[in-house]
Design a protein around this ligand. Structure first.
Ligand SMILES: Cc1cc2nc3c(=O)[nH]c(=O)nc-3n(C[C@H](O)[C@H](O)[C@H](O)COP(=O)(O)O)c2cc1C
Length: 219
């Protein structure tokens, strides 16, 4: 990060009395679970923060949902899936989050994989209570934008969604660890995604952070 030369204008203290910025400043990636479980309420709030719906708009074809994060052309390309190992109030399993109904539907997976098998072999993930997988339906965004633009738009939106999930996690005293190291084929097989038009893009584990063990490995 670059410093300005002498004479730069000092700005007001950003954290003084600002609850939102103070919450944002507490967000931290932590790869060591300080408790074996999280609650379904905590998971639900993180999903809502990332993908929840709060409005509606129209285009030439019909109505489009508006959510907690902006979406290019309101095309909302992302679907979220949850691999739940240890979420109080939820049986271990694989679930799809429907933002339309704010509910979780079971995905018919024939086994519950170790989380590391989905995130590039990162072993710390195996102790995490759950993993949220953000998968893009590319054709939704490509309906409006041509391919290079659609690609950019879809990737940008993963960041918006991920950040909101992380901030909701922080507000619950959790850490959401983002990862882009995804094992595409195992994820697609697990979730029954299309080989060409569905793309796993980003994932986040959720856990109570282990305060002593801050950040074990930086990838
Ligand atoms: C796009 C993206 C991909 C990341 N992928 C990984 C990853 O695969 N494994 C991991 O342990 N951390 C991953 N991280 C987390 C970063 O290592 C972490 O954000 C960074 O060390 C800064 O720490 P902080 O989040 O506590 O500020 C990723 C972060 C981003 C934004």
């Amino acid at each position: 990060m670059l410093r300005n030369p002498p004479g730069a204008i000092r700005l007001p203290d950003p954290l003084a009395g600002n609850e939102l910025l103070s919450l944002m400043a507490r967000r931290r990636t932590n790869r060591q679970a300080g408790a074996p479980t999280i609650t379904v309420r905590q998971l639900a709030d993180c999903l809502f923060a990332g993908l929840g719906l709060t409005g509606e708009t129209r285009n030439c074809v019909g109505s489009l949902p508006l959510g907690m994060t902006p979406s290019g052309g309101a095309r909302n390309p992302y679907e979220a899936y949850v691999v739940a190992r240890a979420v109080e109030g939820l049986d271990p399993g694989v679930y799809h989050y429907s933002a339309l109904d704010h509910d979780l539907g079971r995905v018919a997976a024939n086994h519950l994989p170790n989380l590391s098998e989905l995130v590039g072999g990162q072993e710390w993930a195996d102790d995490m209570p759950c993993l949220i997988l953000l998968c893009a339906r590319l054709e939704r965004t490509m309906w409006k934008y041509d391919d290079a633009n659609a690609y950019r738009v879809v990737l940008i939106e993963a960041g918006h969604i991920g950040q909101n999930i992380m901030l909701a996690a922080t507000s619950h005293g959790l850490s959401a660890c983002p990862t882009a190291a995804l094992c595409h084929s195992p994820i697609k097989r697990l979730l029954g995604l299309d080989r060409v038009t569905d793309a796993p893009v980003y994932a986040l584990t959720l856990s109570v952070p282990e305060m002593d063990g801050a950040s074990r490995t930086i990838n």
